[in-house]
Ligand binder design. Structure first.
Ligand SMILES: C[S@@+](CC[C@H](N)C(=O)[O-])C[C@H]1O[C@@H](n2cnc3c(N)ncnc32)[C@H](O)[C@@H]1O
Length: 190
């Protein structure tokens, strides 16, 4: 389910943001770099991706993936919490970011000791809303509910989406499974 929701988030972004140029995007949770790679491909040579992760291993894996795909030149990766994204994204791009992706939880293939937390995730979501703008915009958050603290983080993120977008966002999950991952995605113009 998680993997198919990753693909769904990519497909929504590809459809909605196609033709946006230059596209500036943020990967708030770089992890293994698959979302960073996707966003770098979408942004292309005219745009830019800014990626954040608190684990050096994640940044290294993502750098390797970008290099392998000849897209290193499109992305700036920061070993830093996403709640500080505004300290690193050039101020002239504030209000001009087209897409922010969150893929919460832990780094796949790690010891799971470092996971995203509601307080910093909410701070980063608020920062994202200050950065997004300039036309078509998308905010996407893939939440995992099965681990300790996952349900609470999901509820905090869902409340943020409700407060920010009202009913104007989509939620995708396996309705038969109360702990399945949930993708929250808002598309808007600003
Ligand atoms: C599920 S993984 C991301 C998967 C990634 N998007 C991909 O395509 O492979 C979640 C990541 O969030 C990172 N993380 C945890 N707290 C963070 C924070 N405050 N800021 C940025 N990243 C954080 C973890 O280190 C982990 O690598």
């Amino acid at each position: 389910m998680g993997t198919s929701l990753v693909k769904l988030a990519h497909s929504i972004a590809r459809d909605f943001l196609s033709g946006v140029e230059p596209l500036y995007a943020v990967d708030a949770t770089v992890g293994n770099g698959y979302d960073t790679l996707f966003l770098a491909g979408l942004a292309g040579a005219s745009g830019r991706v800014f990626g954040f992760d608190v684990q050096a291993e994640a940044i290294a894996r993502a750098r390797g993936l970008l290099e392998k795909n000849a897209l290193s030149g499109v992305a700036d990766l920061f070993l830093c919490g996403h709640e500080r994204m505004e300290d690193f994204i050039p101020p002239e791009l504030s209000g001009r970011i087209g897409c922010v992706f969150f893929n919460l939880g832990w780094l796949p293939g790690s010891d799971k000791s470092t996971i995203t937390k509601p307080d910093t995730t909410l701070a980063a979501l608020r920062a994202s809303m200050r950065l997004l703008g300039g036309g078509r915009c998308m905010l996407s958050a893939l939440c995992y509910r099965g681990h300790a603290g996952g349900q609470e983080e999901y509820e905090a993120v869902e409340s943020f989406f409700c407060e920010t977008f009202g009913t104007a966002f989509d939620s995708f999950s396996d309705l038969a499974n109360k702990v399945s991952p949930v993708l929250l995605a808002a598309k808007f113009s600003s």
